[in-house]
Ligand binder design. Sequence first.
Ligand SMILES: Nc1ncnc2c1ncn2[C@@H]1O[C@H](COP(=O)(O)OP(=O)(O)OP(=O)(O)O)[C@@H](O)[C@H]1O
Length: 279
Amino acid sequence: MKPALASSPASVEPARKQPAIQVSNLSIVFDSNRRQIIAVDRLSFDVAPGEFVCIAGPSGCGKSTMLNTIAGLEVPFEGDILVEGSRVYSPRPDVGMVFQQPHLFPWKSVRRNIAHGPRMLGKSTTEANAIADDLIAMVGLKRFADAYPNTLSGGMQQRVAIARALANRPRVLLMDEPFGALDAQTRAVMQDNLLELRDRIKATIVFVTHDIDEAIVLADRVLIMSAGPGRVLREVAVKLPRPRSNSIMVEPTYLALKKDCLDVIRAEGLRAFNQSDAS
Ligand SMILES: Nc1ncnc2c1ncn2[C@@H]1O[C@H](COP(=O)(O)OP(=O)(O)OP(=O)(O)O)[C@@H](O)[C@H]1O
């Protein structure tokens, strides 16, 4: 009889970390005026724990629909989405979402906007306010804790929206063009703020943007989607050193990555244009 092995070859292999997000063969279809619109067609990708993934792609390719589905706001027509290994059926507190517009409660102060989520999860007012005050400090709005949204600039409101999305300590943060409505200067400041924040919160982030500079500055990996219905056309790993700020935009490695992304986007734009012209 053979002696029992102390460990089989399989058991000495390093265990692969479970992805934070697994999107498998996802299709999303809308019924509109008696015709079906395929918003997303058999889309698959994984996001590793703690990874920052940016998604770029032409208008209408299904980026928002896909993000809403990961957030549990839309239902897949086919396929699966797992977050931290469990299937998404509806919005959940471990997944936070930030939209292009801040959507704050206008009748609540900054503190009470941020404390809202923890209060809904049963925290006392004191506990929820303590969580809010920590986040208010993190996003640099201490002087505005008692202010109301209509007295804040767009960038400040968006910082409140980010703090609010973080209040339930999500493992996954989904951001749908969160800086898309801001001017260029505020946007650059917000990108730097987000990079600092990300180092502290350690969440997995999926960030949709039309701006390829923004995608490369922020991401560990950029997924470029095809024209609708969207699928992943190219994955670009961004191995630029961290900590980063948007001052890296002039470096040669950065410019080479940008060219790579823009070439793919241009070729896809042309393909989609020719296709629509032919049909
Ligand atoms: N509720 C809906 N009902 C019908 N069609 C929809 C609905 N939501 C989205 N669509 C369609 O699904 C497709 C994908 O839309 P989606 O908003 O996800 O694209 P996107 O890539 O986020 O676009 P953009 O970059 O312009 O925000 C589009 O053709 C859109 O018209």
